[in-house]
Design a binder for this molecule. Sequence first.
Ligand code: NAD
Length: 464
Amino acid sequence: MPSKDGRRFDRHNPADPQELVARFALGGAADVAAAVAAAKQAFPAWRDLPMPARGVIIAAAGRIMARRAEELAQALTWEEGKALAESRQEVGRAIGYLEFIAGEGRRLNSDVMPADAPGLNYTRRKPLGVVGLITPWNFPVNIPTLKSAPALLAGNTVVLKPSELSPLTAAILAEIYTEAGVPAGVFNLVQGAEEAGKALVAHPDVKAITFTGSTEVGRHINQQAAARFAKCQLEMGGKNPSIILEDADLDRAAADVALGGFSVSGQRCNANSLVFVARSVFDAFAAKLIDKAKAIKVGHGLDETVHMGPLVEPSARERVQGYLDRARADGAQVLFSAEVPAGEGYFLGPTVVTGLPASHAICCEELFGPVIALVPVDGMEEAIGHANQLPYGLASSVYTRDVAKAMRYSETMESGLLHINCPTTVSELQMPYGGLKESGHGGREMGRYGLEFFTELQAVYLRY
Ligand code: NAD
């Protein structure tokens, strides 16, 4: 459908920027207003459909996504760049969550409590109305699914504004919901960029905004939403430290850190780009990590032999290069830096640096690239001390065989996701997902917890 003012935008393949992937209508405030009006009109009938019946439709969406999984994975790699195996894994997770949340349609229950007079007290969960979803490009299938499926199941109608860097996968998701039987006006898609996102946040009929993206944009959205008392859920940036203690299984730790730091080209909110290593095992761990980095093949994500695709756009690569240039100028040692394929793709290979204090920008700021900084420490308390200074608090990990240390880590580390002997990138569909401090605000996603944001709790007093 064309936008109200006829504007369009193009998305090119980041592995081969001459190749046009998609051309879509560029939505603005008028398009957002039309989508919100459609969602508002569709709300009463969708709300009144019993929740199990909404669950049946979500389950159908899961089956259709499973049928279209390979098409969706290829589209994802084509427009965003990640390796095909990573895209398949992402699509698999989205299917899993559709299946999970569909079942909640028969489980979401309320509390029944004693009453002070003859009768019954109970709680009920009610949908909010029209909900705005604003999503990033780095998991363009999974994140819109993680938000839209619980929002719809709970009885809300939605307007999705995906990233302008990943429009194709969002368009396929919209087709899947339509084929599954989601009625017209219940799921609405507005393709566009900042302008459309701002219009969605500002619209008075949008009762809640759920956003995943950078902390900078999240902060802005939070302020705008708060001014009109709209509910707001923010999943934002991260700088996720791993701690390798002297009794760690170093092979396992090196494999996990390589996965956590280099998968999806380091472009993930839970990437472990900062690793504190006990001094006594520093050299041994670094050697094992470099071996893992050397085994990674960088290239066009649609090539089945490739492990790591390009960064998403030229400015992303320039940004990460800027951090590396500054680190070198400040005396960093580059322990490993991979060769990248020739051509115009926005490639940057796995890189391992050390020799800088924990206070350096490369150790404190979100890079969103395949760079891991190693910092030697004298023990876990020192590492946690540094880690808790970070403004972020999304994920972290510790590698140790000492149960007391593992327990102490889980008690004192300030992160929403805690990993003991597994990568910072581990997150399972049935578990809550979200960060502390500048990484997250306003409630968890995933599992049954993912439904809470999309409902209001009412108290019912029944007397007889
Ligand atoms: P971004 O903040 O630039 O954009 C995210 C979305 O917001 C896009 O759809 C964009 O068009 C829209 N937008 C931009 N400005 C806006 C505004 N003023 N008002 C409303 N909408 C606006 O983020 P990105 O580059 O797409 O994604 C990368 C970031 O996302 C990283 O910081 C990463 O850590 C974070 N992220 C977090 C999680 C998590 O679960 N915590 C998951 C994935 C990504």
